[in-house]
Write a protein that binds this ligand. Structure first.
Ligand code: PEP
Ligand code: MG
Length: 422
């Protein structure tokens, strides 16, 4: 495939920050030209082992330098294109070209390559992985982040005086996960639960004290993590919703490197004490999944917890940063049994597929995830479906940034299950 034209522009993401969007025109042999667009997100609770991003201004400069290596050149496959970007960058953390510039080109290439072959993007990504590993025959479950905490929340300044609440909850994401394989049913249950929860929180805290965090989950003057968990559990029980509870602790955010302690629920805890807290939560709320329970270097603490709560899917995010070396270490240490996949943590689609392949090779599940600062690009929905991920994490079932991914997954579900009731 030959890229005849490629332009990079800056757009605003869901937080109003600038990010990159690629406009690519390409053709294969004598076939007619196709045009695609791709854009990339940005995290806030980022892991230190993620690749580095450049500001749009610097990314434009870098793109000008490499343009002639890309435009007008005939690329035979994704690997060849991505390998060129990796070589042109030449660094380990992609700080020269920027992981964001590399990914926007890699995703744009994938979308164009699929289109020139009349393949759906999910089918194309399926083929990329299929050449390496047998793909699980499953459709991803949505992980709806319905209450936001941690770095994804700004607490209103008057909540301290009004409620004695000056900081967000320690745990970053309180999720509900449908207990059904039917994606359409799961999405509609998730939407209904989200709307009921909003109403319920309004009754408890006053509608004016129910605001939204970065991922469209609710934020209220909660005093403790358990207070939020109790409200979710009670509502599930009251209406018998087929929903399970999941958490992303994003524990690096409340870890103290100096003495390896964690400040959570108003107390300083050792890794052992935190393990017991999670053990209690996992049993009290029958947690289906738990992400990043410890700091991003705590491979052994993850492993200790994994042994104690074998029924909960333990997910690594900041610990592994979609990076093959980090995943390999986590596998050998038996740190967890599932990895969060965020393409912008590593920078190219080829490397993302390689990490997924390594995860499957070792019996791990994958959960494909958005970032807290998102665009309306729905690439990750095709990735989750194409690679048979266990989950798709895209925030609350609300706002166009989060819904873009769930809606695309719903379209794909309906294509696969045309006789469904939805
Ligand atoms: C996460 O931690 O899983 C997440 C989506 O947040 P961020 O994008 O801020 O890293
Ligand atoms: Mg996370």
């Amino acid at each position: 495939m030959i890229l005849s034209e490629t332009k990079i522009v800056a757009i605003k993401d869901s937080r109003g920050s600038q990010t990159l969007e690629a406009h690519i025109t390409a053709h294969e042999g004598d076939s007619k030209e196709i045009s695609v667009v791709a854009s990339v997100p940005a995290g806030k609770s980022t892991g230190i082992h993620e690749v580095k991003s450049l500001s749009p201004a610097l990314a434009f400069e870098q793109f000008e330098k490499i343009k002639r290596n890309i435009i007008g050149v005939n690329f035979h496959d994704q690997q060849e294109f991505d390998a060129l970007l990796i070589a042109l960058d030449g660094s380990l953390d992609k700080h020269v070209l920027g992981g964001n510039l590399i990914l926007v080109l890699s995703e744009g290439f994938a979308r164009a390559f699929a289109a020139t072959r009349d393949l759906g993007l999910n089918q194309y990504l399926h083929q990329l992985l299929g050449s390496k590993h047998k793909i699980p025959d499953r459709f991803p479950r949505p992980l709806f982040n319905i209450i936001n905490g941690g770095a994804h929340v700004t607490i209103p300044s008057d909540w301290d005086k009004k409620f004695g609440v000056s900081k967000s909850l320690d745990i970053q994401e309180f999720q509900v996960v449908p207990a059904t394989d039917d994606f359409a049913l799961g999405l509609s249950v998730g939407k209904e639960f989200y709307s009921k929860l909003g109403y319920e929180l309004g009754k408890i805290y006053g509608a004016e004290n129910v605001i939204l965090g970065d991922e469209a989950g609710y934020v209220c003057p909660f005093k403790t993590n358990e207070e939020a968990l109790e409200i979710i559990q009670e509502l599930i029980n009251r209406y018998l919703y087929p929903l399970k509870i999941g958490l992303d602790a994003a524990a690096s955010q409340f870890h103290n490197d100096a003495d390896d302690s964690y400040m959570i629920e108003g107390a300083e805890r050792t890794p052992e004490e935190l393990t017991m807290l999670y053990y209690d939560l996992a049993h009290a709320y029958e947690l289906i999944s738990l992400e990043d329970p410890f700091n991003e270097e705590a491979f052994d603490d993850f492993a200790g917890l994994q042994e104690k709560i074998p029924k909960t899917i333990l997910i690594t995010d900041d610990l592994t940063t979609t990076n093959p070396e980090r995943l390999s270490k986590a596998i050998s240490k038996k740190s967890a049994n599932a990895i969060l996949i965020k393409p912008n943590q590593i920078g190219t689609i080829t490397e993302t597929i390689d990490v997924i392949s390594m995860a499957y090779e070792n019996g791990w599940k994958t959960i494909v995830s958005h970032r807290s600062g998102e665009t309306k690009d729905d690439f990750i929905a095709d990735l989750a479906v194409g690679v048979g991920a266990w989950g798709l994490k895209s925030g609350a079932p609300a706002t166009e940034y989060r819904m873009a991914k769930y809606s695309r997954a719903l379209d794909l579900w309906q294509k696969i299950n045309p006789s469904g009731p939805f």
